[in-house]
Design a protein around this ligand. Structure first.
Ligand code: ADP
Ligand code: MG
Length: 293
């Protein structure tokens, strides 16, 4: 939040943990009819854990964990943390990559122990013309149907494994969605993750509309499109990849538990990262607006 941040309705806003950038924000809370909710870290806890490793052919599971874990150790993405921690717990100390790059919305790539390693979405592998063999494809499809996030591991031009990670829905999210609906807002889940996982999370919290597999740089475009349809769009997010969309939205709400980039881009900050407070913030802002007028 900026130094000019005000607390909505002061006393009550402070209690709830809502920071607002300025009085002009209040008007947007009145008009908003659609609310985009980022999945990872907003609707879900974002604390993922590594559940399973499925290997192809003669691939050694320990090798998969060493190489994937080494690369993900250099990334701060929630999935990366799950893979690095899960790998270290299973195989011990991890090597240090010779080369590393984040590929936003897709995964990570780099060199570990002389091997060119990719960890991320199938789309990342496809960019290097690497396809999943049948066994890994089947494991991936089954896990995704089960609502898991699945990431692939490849090195030296071959897909070697898929990893299952899972991220729990926050126990406050379903209640938050109910409160947002009660205010007349239509909730939409927005995520870079795949459609199957997105739909599973949406079903758990009572959201009917899902926009999935959206690249970080395209989230703002989704907001613009909805605005072009005449909708007034609120957006809640926590990640670096949400910042542009939060800025584009008519009302940007950032999770105080999220990244600085998201907090700076938002109009309103939910200090404790509780999505239920998004509804409270909008209700309180509308009421404050009524009092001022
Ligand atoms: P969200 O929009 O839900 O916050 P992201 O845009 O950060 O998700 O990521 C989209 C997808 O890209 C993830 O679901 C994952 O499949 C893949 N991905 C991104 N970063 C990584 C990483 N470091 N390791 C593995 N997969 C990743
Ligand atoms: Mg996120």
């Amino acid at each position: 939040a900026t130094p000019t941040a005000l607390l909505v309705g002061t006393g009550r806003g402070a209690q709830l943990g809502i920071l607002i950038k300025g009085p002009e924000v209040l008007e947007s809370t009145r008009r908003a009819d659609t609310i985009l909710l980022d999945k990872t870290g907003t609707v879900t806890t974002g604390r993922m854990t590594l559940l399973k490793v499925h290997v192809a052919g003669a691939t050694d599971e320990t090798e998969v964990l060493r190489l994937a874990g080494a690369l993900e150790h250099a990334s701060e993405h929630p999935i990366a943390r799950a893979v690095a921690e899960g790998a270290a717990a299973r195989v011990g100390a991890l090597p240090v990559p010779e080369d590393f790059a984040n590929v936003p919305g897709l995964g990570v790539q780099g060199v570990v122990e002389g091997r060119a390693v990719l960890v991320g979405r199938e789309k990342l592998l496809a960019e290097w013309a690497v396809a999943l063999p049948e066994k890994l494809r089947a494991a991936k499809d089954a896990a995704e149907k089960d609502g898991k996030t699945v990431i692939a591991v490849a090195w030296d031009g071959e897909a070697r494994a898929v990893l299952e990670v899972a991220d729990a829905v926050k126990d406050t999210s379903a209640e938050a969605v109910r409160r947002l609906r009660a205010l007349g807002l239509t909730p939409v889940l927005l995520t870079g993750d795949n459609k199957a996982v997105a739909e599973s999370v949406a079903a758990q919290v009572g959201i009917d509309e899902v926009i999935a597999e959206v690249m970080p740089q395209d989230k703002a475009e989704v907001v613009r499109k909805l605005q072009a349809e005449g909708r007034s769009v609120a957006m809640v997010g926590d990640g670096v990849n949400d910042a542009a969309a939060l800025a584009q939205a008519d009302l940007g709400l950032s999770m105080g538990t999220g990244t600085d980039a998201a907090i700076e881009a938002g109009d309103l900050t939910l200090v404790r990262g509780d999505l239920r407070v998004a509804a409270d913030a909008i209700r309180l802002s509308r009421r404050t607006l009524g009092t001022i007028r």
